[in-house]
Design a protein around this ligand. Structure first.
Ligand code: SAM
Length: 202
């Protein structure tokens, strides 16, 4: 969009793209930080930011158009506790996001990669990815995962139980307030079923 200011409000521009970000420098307070990995247009992120002003949120997304939408929405809603980082997830978690800095990670409705030949791209099914997410969490931090794909879910569960990074916790609907994401709303409207996993570090 023309005539928009640069830098875009609430977008994170690291000084050094090969150094871990300093969690303390990202927000004006020391409130707990939650990550929304692959946040899309950011509806979940913005709703969480509105519902929990005493928490901070970082969205991670690679598509520029979606990143800009999050930036605009956060300005429209006057949120100072929501920021957005344009980066590939794999690089972000491995190299850039603060270690042991997040109280929760939301990994919601990731691309399902339904074709068998692409199954290796399902990130929650990769031990290395789980290890990297684990390293971003504080002790007792939570990793929350949702997918509509039963194959993806079963495989992720298998990988998670094969390692000792996390323990699995029940996640009933009313456990805590948890807005639906854009894709979840769309998939539920199409009659699909969501599968959910709640993992605790330690
Ligand atoms: C199916 S959408 C889900 C978006 C959002 N979490 C939701 O539930 O509405 C998956 C999102 O992850 C982003 N994404 C996929 N692979 C990514 C990657 N490697 N790095 C960063 N973002 C990625 C896509 O651009 C897309 O916005």
């Amino acid at each position: 969009m023309r005539n928009e200011p640069f830098p875009f409000p609430n977008e994170i521009y690291p000084d050094d793209w090969f150094e871990r970000l300093d969690a303390a420098s990202l927000f004006s307070d020391n409130n707990p930080i939650e990550l929304d990995i692959g946040c899309g247009d950011g509806s979940f992120l913005i709703r969480m930011g509105e519902q929990f002003p005493d928490r901070n949120f970082i969205g991670v997304e690679r598509l520029l158009g979606r990143v800009r939408k999050v930036s605009r929405k956060s300005v429209r809603t006057g949120l100072s506790n929501v920021r957005i980082l344009r980066i590939d997830t794999k690089f972000g978690v491995k190299r850039l996001l603060p270690l042991a800095g997040a109280s929760r990670i939301h990994f919601l409705c990731p691309d399902p990669w339904p074709k068998k030949k692409h199954a290796s791209r399902r990130q929650m099914c990769q031990l290395e990815f789980l290890r990297d997410l684990h390293s971003l969490l504080l002790p007792k931090g939570e990793l929350l995962f949702k997918t509509d794909s039963p194959e993806y879910f079963e495989e992720a569960l298998e990988v998670q139980t094969s390692c000792d990074f996390f323990s699995e916790e029940e996640w009933p609907e009313d456990a805590f307030p948890y807005p639906q994401t854009d894709f979840e709303e769309q998939w539920l409207a199409e009659g699909r079923t969501m599968h959910r996993m709640r993992l605790i570090k330690g």
